[in-house]
Design a protein around this ligand. Structure first.
Ligand SMILES: [Zn+2]
Length: 229
């Protein structure tokens, strides 16, 4: 498990944790009570998780409540409530967590479909309705361009929208998507500061679950919460 911690100005601290294979499969359909135990090993705060569908829907937890938010079909969630852990589960897509300096939290599941559908922007817009403070982000591991062969037509469309730096090549010279670049460009455009990025490739690194490389149904988790410093 890797971590990133940061003190906020309001007497609370941000905690970010991301798991790998040694922490076990955190996929939401894993058997209980093993899954509960793996979650507790990360944090024993209540976990807010989503049925991620590569869409553009962002849940306002403060509006719908934790019961409705947890397990909702959505790809991002935002809350101003303290003491909840927001979790994103991935194999190759990009997991992102966000927070404002006054402690509003957000989490996003962003594959290329979600990115194109505007999920990053939806989440940040919702976060900004709850805070006018600067926003920071941590980005978890995802598939690297060297392993992410991509169709020319899709690349054309994505590079028009997110910048030509999303165009890359695989190890054997085929057209590839640098989805992380697209995320970085989008966060920059939306004035979000990336304070840490783990650029380990989920396909290259066997410590991580990869659907594309190994057809795995297992998932790692990127988890964010805040606590009294
Ligand atoms: Zn790779």
């Amino acid at each position: 498990m890797r971590f990133f911690d940061r003190a906020l100005g309001n007497g609370r601290s941000i905690r970010v944790r991301w798991t790998d294979r040694t922490d076990g499969n955190l996929a939401i359909d894993e058997a209980m009570p093993e899954l509960e135990q793996r979650r507790r090993d990360v944090t024993d705060r209540p976990w807010v998780w989503l049925r991620q569908v590569h869409g553009e829907r962002c849940i306002d937890l403060d509006e719908v409540g934790i019961e409705s938010a947890t397990g909702a079909e959505a790809d991002a969630v935002v809350t101003a409530q303290p003491d909840l852990a927001l979790a994103i589960h991935t194999a190759d897509c990009v997991p992102i967590v966000l927070w404002s300096e006054d402690g509003v939290l957000g989490a996003v599941h962003a594959g290329w479909r979600g990115l194109e559908a505007g999920i990053v922007e939806s989440c940040i817009e919702l976060l900004r309705t709850k805070s006018s403070e600067p926003i920071s982000a941590v980005i978890g591991p995802s598939i690297g361009p060297e392993c992410y062969e991509f169709g020319d037509e899709d690349l054309e469309r994505l590079s028009a929208k997110f910048g030509s730096s999303v165009r890359s090549l695989t190890n054997d010279g085929r057209p590839a998507l640098n989805v992380r670049c697209g995320i970085r460009n989008e966060l920059g455009r939306l004035n979000v500061t990336i304070v840490f990025e783990d650029d380990t490739c989920t396909s290259c690194d066997h410590q991580l679950y990869s659907f594309r490389r190994r057809g795995e149904s297992g998932r790692q988790a990127l988890v964010l919460w805040s606590e009294s410093a």
